[in-house]
Design a protein around this ligand. Sequence first.
Ligand code: ATP
Ligand code: MG
Length: 394
Amino acid sequence: MNLKKDKLISVSFGEIALKGGNRGYFEHQLINKIKSVTKEFSRVNIYKDQGKLYIESDESDIDPIIRKVRNVFGIVYISPCYRVEKNMESIGNLAAQIAREKKEDLGKEELSFKIESKRADKNFPLKSPEISREIGGFVLKNIDGMKVDVHNPELKINIDIRTNAYIYIERFAGRGGLPIGTNGKGLLLLSGGIDSPVAGFMMAKRGVELSALHFHSYPFTSERAEEKVKRLAGTLEDYCGNIKLYKINLLNIQKEIRKNCPEDEMTIISRRFMMRISEYIAKEMGINCLITGESLGQVASQTIEGLTVTNASVNIPVFRPLIGMDKTDIIDISKDIGTFEISIEPFEDCCTVFLPKHPVTKPRIEDIENSERNLNIEELVNSAVKEMEIIEFK
Ligand code: ATP
Ligand code: MG
């Protein structure tokens, strides 16, 4: 028997399917993202078949492509699969071949299996349960030692009837979420710490396209700190696509604050400057929101009072996706996405020389604004922004 079959990859997307009128746009963005992460492979072709995407490529590229595409937001499952002629004979023969190979691979006398069918093409003459029953019967008849177990099978053969017929046996979980770019743009305040890369990841997962801004206090902080931030941004790019990374020296502002404001307000006032500068840059670049890695109660400046006073320095929306998360949960995500090992390297991002021993934990906006009257805020912000540099990290 000469069974005609092609090996390829199927991609299931979840939430996008719910987006009604926007669905076409979401799918288009998803296809673009898949294209961009598979650029390095020759002969990749992506097509849609009744609600799923399929990626054709050289067979030897299938596994590496799956590893890359799995991380594209918007994908729920991804599977290596076969495409066969859309008739019961071809489907049955391929199912039997898969069962035989699996049984041999596992070296088992007996193998339990189940057929699960989906019929997106309602013109196909058999209904899903009928397809499963017939193909199951065919496998039982033709391969010795197979037995049906619908509850806990060792082998599940999935049949998908669309414009073409497809069969797959394993599927890998994707990251879910929505394709990058379907929810506007955000400026991530990226320190070298554990939290901010995770915050960026979480917003990107909801479709936000990221740019990142890093504050440093060079020469008080080292170039190693910048190296660290580059590697963090590079790791985020595996999920978030291209990220533009900017840096700004905060040293002059920190010195001015130290000279002119009470010591215990140093942190909160510095943070208000970071926010103002970030807002300025976001507006210049047509970015709609700021993203930070703050989490309620984690450090002295992240009390409700602290966050309120920080927030009051800007008008742009500030998203804090980690606000209700425990540190241990944040660490789990950072390990999963590969930023943790980089984040825990010791180099400081902003100068610790300026950190107060006892920062205010319940700042009052009137007090802070009063202290800031000793500073020329606009000029400090403008001159910091003027010195902004792009960090190249490709
Ligand atoms: P992280 O683990 O992200 O460094 P943190 O626990 O150290 O956070 P803070 O120092 O209060 O907390 O910073 C809160 C948030 O402010 C950070 O998550 C980040 O978004 C932003 N931020 C702090 N320092 C910098 C910096 N040097 N450059 C850019 N953003 C910063
Ligand atoms: Mg930090």
